[in-house]
Design a binder for this molecule. Structure first.
Ligand SMILES: [Zn+2]
Ligand SMILES: [Zn+2]
Length: 576
């Protein structure tokens, strides 16, 4: 935590008392930052030695006369001046300079066990990664292995250390908290034998990011409190109505108290979004005095079709339910295919055959293999020569695995100028082209729109991959005008991917409504880099359900013949 302490000190305007530890921390941080910035190692070494010396001093520097400071062994003129500067101003100008030119995400990396300045420099300069989330994702994609000093073991331990760090910040992806939430729920139901414990809140709504788990209960606040105290949880907040606790996992567990008569009404209220609830109240759809026996009864009393918690996002859905027009949302079992999947040919872990056999085992009808294109050198992207060999392999596998089918595809980088990564002759050899941005992610909306629109208008593009490049909890996507992109996709017959990786979920489900209004097709794609990645389809489906997507509106639930038709119609877009 030393680094953050020093960093925070820089942010506090008032004078801060600089004890030896604070001064040593500052020198240590300075040495690390200078190493990260590739400064002369002799210089940086002198600062880290100073940090070590200062930490071991028997007397506080602040209690010594200035000339004494200069005569301490290991502290010369330069360092001595910087100590005095800190004692007088609580700051060190040189450190401030380095802090100013180091992105926040790089500073944060110093908190990760196993990531020293040299490795951070590689991550920043060679992998061009500036945040922990991106680094974590690079670990998932096995990108670290290509660089000096990063073996498989190192990559694994860095991955775990980052996950640990991010989890400790109290925000989780739905996929990360799921198993804890379910285990906790089962445990509570068991331990509160005979009492009702109803899940509610963001988890029940399948929100993509979860920072708290909530229940409605008829157990008393005393009982709940005693239980958590006994089990070593910390009480965060306690009142008649609600109480919350935190354990080692650093996730808030919230309990809403209700007597038997008010139980389901409270569950309904705490599992509905604000716009939904406001509309519900305006339309005067419930009787606040009534003792409902279930959530279903609240809906049947109001003469409205049941709306599951995860669909209670908008006011409009209430009218849909009134008119019995709720969508028959897509289910995981409706998925017929893996679209967007990598193999050993680029940065995946498994061979195409292994990926295909795993898809067969899941009962799927086809697989669209889309490895990285040649510009993605860090991901072992495919050159034209290697593509020919890959396509041969696919042809042979198709003979072997029929009637299952593997389609030839590519995840083509959208280059800086908006062009795709191969000549038209090469692009013409693919059944499906997924166009994605992977480089120069830091760009203005104008630039992003230029690249994306040009790629969408390219007649070889069939699917727009992860539209904004966002990584949940770690990187905002580049800024885009969602409406314009959706309209362009609809106009150019380009399918919009819903990347199902729980850290991406990109396109955001909140925009799917608009895509459907414009008659654009969605594709729930796992972007799998190994067989295990197929599991992520579930999270794509959960997100799609919130948007009311049906299986007819999703490309990865097409039957094989329907998909063949899709491929054929895409090919008619291409120049003859
Ligand atoms: Zn991608
Ligand atoms: Zn991909």
């Amino acid at each position: 935590m030393a680094y953050f302490r020093a960093y925070i000190i820089q942010k506090i305007p008032e004078k801060y008392f600089m004890d030896n530890y604070a001064i040593a921390d500052n020198f240590s941080l300075l040495a690390k930052l200078m190493d990260i910035h590739g400064e002369n190692s002799f210089k940086t070494k002198s600062y880290s030695v100073a940090a070590f010396t200062i930490e071991k001093l028997p007397a506080e520097l602040s209690s010594l006369p200035q000339d004494k400071i200069f005569s301490i062994k290991g502290i010369g003129e330069t360092i001595g001046k910087k100590i005095i500067e800190q004692l007088q101003t609580s700051e060190m100008a040189l450190l401030n300079e380095y802090l100013a030119k180091t992105p926040q995400g790089i500073l944060e990396m110093l908190n990760i066990k196993g990531l020293g300045p040299k490795k951070i420099a590689t991550v920043w300069n060679d992998l061009e990664i500036e945040s922990l989330g991106e680094l974590l994702y690079a670990c998932y994609e096995n990108r670290l292995l290509l660089y000096k000093g990063f073996g498989e073991k190192t990559q694994q331990s860095i991955k775990e250390a980052i996950e640990f760090y991010l989890n400790n910040k109290g925000n989780y992806l739905y996929a990360q908290i799921e198993s804890f939430a379910e285990t906790m729920h089962a445990q509570l139901v068991k331990d509160f034998n005979g009492k009702k414990l109803l899940q509610t809140g963001d988890y029940r709504k399948h929100s993509e990011i979860i920072s708290k788990l909530e229940w409605v209960t008829n157990a008393s606040s005393g009982e709940v409190n005693e239980y958590f105290e006994k089990n070593g949880f910390k009480a965060i907040n306690q009142s008649e109505e609600v109480a919350s606790y935190k354990g080692e996992e650093n996730i808030e567990l919230i309990f809403h108290f209700a007597d038997n008569d008010a139980l389901y009404l409270k569950q309904f209220i705490t599992s509905s979004s604000e716009p939904f609830l406001t509309e519900w109240i305006q339309q005067n759809l419930f009787d606040k005095e009534k003792a409902y026996k279930s959530e279903e009864e609240i809906f049947s009393d109001a003469k409205i079709d049941f709306i599951p918690a995860w669909l209670r996002e908008t006011a409009k859905v209430i009218d849909d339910a009134k008119q019995h027009r709720l969508p028959e949302v897509i289910q995981e079992k409706d998925i017929t295919a893996i679209i967007h999947s990598h193999s050993k040919w680029s940065d995946g872990v498994n061979t195409i055959e292994e990926m295909a056999r795993a898809a067969v085992e899941k009962g799927l009808q086809f697989l669209v293999i889309s490895d990285h294109s040649k510009t993605a050198f860090y991901a072992n992207g495919l050159t034209e020569e290697r593509l020919i060999a890959q396509h041969q392999e696919i042809d042979e596998l198709n003979k072997k695995l029929s009637p299952f089918k593997i389609f030839k595809s590519i995840e083509s980088d959208i280059l800086n100028d908006g062009n795709l990564d191969y000549s038209n002759e090469v692009l013409a050899t693919f059944d499906v082209v997924i166009a994605s941005v992977h480089s120069n992610l830091k760009m203005s909306e104008e630039k992003a729109m230029m690249r994306l629109l040009k790629a969408i208008e390219n007649p070889y593009t069939s699917i727009l991959g992860h539209m904004t490049g966002r990584l949940l909890l770690s990187r905002n996507g580049y800024p885009v005008d969602h409406k314009k992109i959706i309209e362009a996709c609809a106009a150019n017959n380009v399918v919009i991917e819903l990347n199902a990786h729980p850290r991406r979920l990109d396109i955001d489900w909140r925009w799917i409504d608009y895509a459907l209004e414009k008659n654009a097709l969605i594709s729930i794609d796992p972007d799998a880099h190994e067989i295990g990645g197929y599991r992520d389809i579930k999270y794509g489906v959960l997100a799609a359900q919130k948007a009311g997507l049906t299986k007819e509106q999703n490309l990865s639930s097409f039957s094989l013949p329907a998909f063949e038709n899709f491929v054929a119609s895409q090919k008619t877009k291409r120049p003859k």
